[in-house]
Design a protein around this ligand. Structure first.
Ligand SMILES: *Cc1c(COP(=O)(O)O)cnc(C)c1O
Length: 473
């Protein structure tokens, strides 16, 4: 610091002036891209930082080129999207934190159109009069579920809330203790019940509930008997659950409707695709449920939404509830949902066309081939601090669906050389997150696992191409 005290007194003198910088040729593309006002504001921030550094005795590069380079970087940073695309190699296909279901191109195109054009969202093109947005998907859903009526809301949590508030406000709802689940942290059946204005009547014990428990709890104040599909855990051992088939006649005897929160819920029998059985909406309606709630973006493979299917009179009451207006879906959701539902009319082609089902049914041999092909490139990028092997692993469906069933998969297991100090797997996890398209794996049993189920062939080259960045990181 040659200029010591004098540099402290007039540090600004060493900085180029704002108007000079703005007039520079290299600044013009920034003004064109980010606008004059934003460019000036960010430029002032950049200069303020440099001034502060000079005052504190630092020696930053204050040349015009350096200032403009810093300006460009800060402008790009400030305008970069916070929602980023990534590679989900966690092995969990429907990962709630990574956005759950991926939608097929037909849905992507429909959403793009709905963004760009006016739509008959609530406009009946037959009559030229005001319509109801639910009717856009009603026909598909009635056919696929066997229900009399349906309505769509923001997500399944909203579906449960709206259903309870409509059918049971100020009254009682009977639920088995074994089914008082918490889903994804903030959604607990007892809390939703309270917010809906209904009183929860718990029956049975955590592991065992009998028909006589429901029978004894039913009375004047009972509005509903409700079953919640235990989608994210399993109770095993000495257990007894009252099945829907057993509950329905009992509820009928008392004149009380039965609701089932299916959670994931599927519209097709997954066994035909070699997957474990998960109760379908059709089966649940056929077994006598008066109302069924389920998510649009779990096994259904569509956009985030909650679907309530069931008895016409009950759905009509739900649609009249003022809360429906607060919980309804927007046009983008309906635009995406309709073509996804349409795919279900061709079940023989579904495993190919519906992204979620295609990923869930992808044979382990396909991931194995990919793992073996990618292995040398990944090993090469990581160097000899890490050992990469292609290994069998277990994928999960995720989003609480089929919690105890795993899907045989294949991928890369990365271990650090035995003598490596520090937290090499944590460091690697970070490096993978820092890639242009972040890669998310999972650390377990002293290895970083990259399950290749959700890396389809079409994107493998892109994954491979950014491995050079990994080597440099
Ligand atoms: C996932 C789930 C919910 C919540 O559904 P969202 O669509 O995430 O709001 C509610 N109930 C059950 C049983 C679930 O599995």
């Amino acid at each position: 610091m040659m200029d010591g005290a004098s540099g402290k007194a007039t540090p600004g003198l060493r900085l180029p002036a704002v108007h000079t910088l703005l007039a520079a040729e290299a600044c013009q593309p920034l003004v064109a891209e980010f606008g004059r006002e934003q460019t000036v504001n960010v430029l002032r921030e950049v200069l303020a930082r440099l001034r502060e550094s000079l005052v504190n005795g630092g020696a930053p590069d204050t040349s015009q080129a350096a200032v403009l380079a810093a300006l460009a970087e800060r402008l790009r940073d400030a305008n970069r999207s916070h929602m980023r695309r990534l590679f989900n190699l966690t092995g969990t296909v429907l990962h709630t934190n990574l956005g759950r279901a991926l939608l097929p191109d037909v849905a992507v195109q429909a959403v793009a159109d709905a963004l760009r054009w006016p739509m008959n969202l609530e406009w009946d093109l037959e009559t030229g009069k005001r319509g109801d947005r639910d009717t856009l998907v009603e026909e598909h859903l009635l056919k696929l579920t066997g229900a009399e009526a349906v309505t769509i809301v923001n997500n399944n949590a909203a579906a449960v809330l709206l259903m309870l508030n409509t059918v049971a406000m100020g009254r009682e709802v009977i639920v088995s203790r074994g089914e008082l689940v918490e889903i994804g942290g903030a959604f607990r059946i007892p809390d939703v019940m309270t917010r809906a204005g209904a009183t929860l009547v718990e029956v049975g014990a955590t592991n065992r509930t009998h028909e006589k428990d429901y029978d004894a709890a039913a009375g004047e104040k009972t509005a509903l008997m409700m079953k919640v599909h235990c989608s994210n855990y399993a109770i095993t051992g000495f257990t007894k659950e009252v099945t829907l088939e057993e509950l329905v006649p009992l509820a009928r005897k008392h004149g009380i409707p039965v609701a089932v929160d299916l959670g994931s819920g599927t519209l097709v029998d997954l066994e035909q695709y070699g997957l474990p059985h998960e109760p379908t909406v059709r089966e649940t309606i056929a077994a006598g449920a008066d109302l069924v709630t389920f998510s649009g973006d779990k096994l259904l493979g569509g956009p985030q939404c909650g679907i309530i299917a069931g008895r016409k009179d009950l759905i009509a009451a739900i649609k009249k509830n003022p809360l429906k207006r607060a919980l309804r879906v927007g046009k983008l959701t309906l635009a995406a949902l309709e073509p996804v539902l349409a795919l279900y009319h061709a079940p023989d082609l579904l495993a190919d066309r519906l992204t979620t089902l295609r990923l869930l049914t992808r044979p382990a041999a396909s991931m194995r081939r990919l793992a073996e092909r990618l292995l040398p490139a990944v090993q090469g990028a990581l160097g000899d601090t890490y050992t990469v092997t292609a290994e069998p692993m277990q994928s999960q469906i995720g989003s609480g669906a089929l919690p105890v069933d795993n899907l045989p998969s294949y991928g890369l297991a990365i271990r650090s050389a035995p003598a490596t100090r520090g937290n090499p797997l944590g460091v690697l996890e970070r490096r993978l997150r820092d890639l242009p398209v972040p890669v998310i794996g999972r650390i377990k049993d002293d290895a970083l696992w990259l399950d290749l189920r959700c890396l389809e062939e079409a994107h493998a080259a892109e994954f491979e191409a950014q491995l050079t960045d990994l080597g440099r990181a």
